[in-house]
Design a protein around this ligand. Sequence first.
Ligand code: G3P
Ligand code: CA
Length: 272
Amino acid sequence: MVVAHRGASGERPEHTLAAYELALQQGADALECDVRLTRDGTLICMHDRKIDRTSSGRGVVSTMTLDDLRAHDYGRWHAEMQGRQRSAVALGDPEIADAAVDRYSEPLSVLTLSELLTLVLDWGTPKTLFIETKHPVRYGALVEAKLIAELQRFGLARKPAGSFPPVVMMSFAPSAVFRVRRSAPALPTVLLGENSRYLGYRPTTTGVPAAIGPSIEMLREHPRVVERARASGRSTYVWTVDEPVDVQLCRDLGVRWIATNFPERTKQLLGG
Ligand code: G3P
Ligand code: CA
């Protein structure tokens, strides 16, 4: 299954409606987003603690209201960045040349989780949304509490009917996964990890995630992690898989969920 990481974020500005719509049009099986809480209590889709990298503005998300955030443009930075990449291409840097893809230069709004859930639920075919809670020091457990409340409002904090859950919660923090398992036991979870400490993790001690989520770098080094997860009845979610050789590795190992910034290309590599 191909998961569009931050939407089709290799081709559109990450965490925007344009990125998610393109991913769905390209046939992604699932979408991934990070969520953060604004000062006035709205969950928005954003990776960084600050808006500086992915908008026309500056500031820390948790100190801004939704209206503050809406005053900025979240689209044009992507084309500007790619413009710089193209200049580097002209200077003959092949690594950066690979990263240069179609420009997107329209202004775009900040995306709330509620808007993204609406997009996913209104899409004609069932899709899964993987929601990763990011942890501002300021709010701690409030992010998970808000997330569960939001999912309950949409009727999504329940046991999935089939093998295709509408929503999965993810975190690098075992404590966050544990809080969700305790408050919304029917919601599938993924414990993310990127270092060797994670390999020693015992699922029975902190919250029994439905799947584990190693990085592709970790998978290359420790491919047996997939087998170990399977042996304990868990599936595997690997991020962020953009290189064909890594897609092949995931396929060979039987990884269930592959998160990528290029869902169309990854789908093609997997045979549609
Ligand atoms: O999908 C998991 C992956 O997104 C975790 O890393 O930093 O991209 O949120 P990050
Ligand atoms: Ca993420």
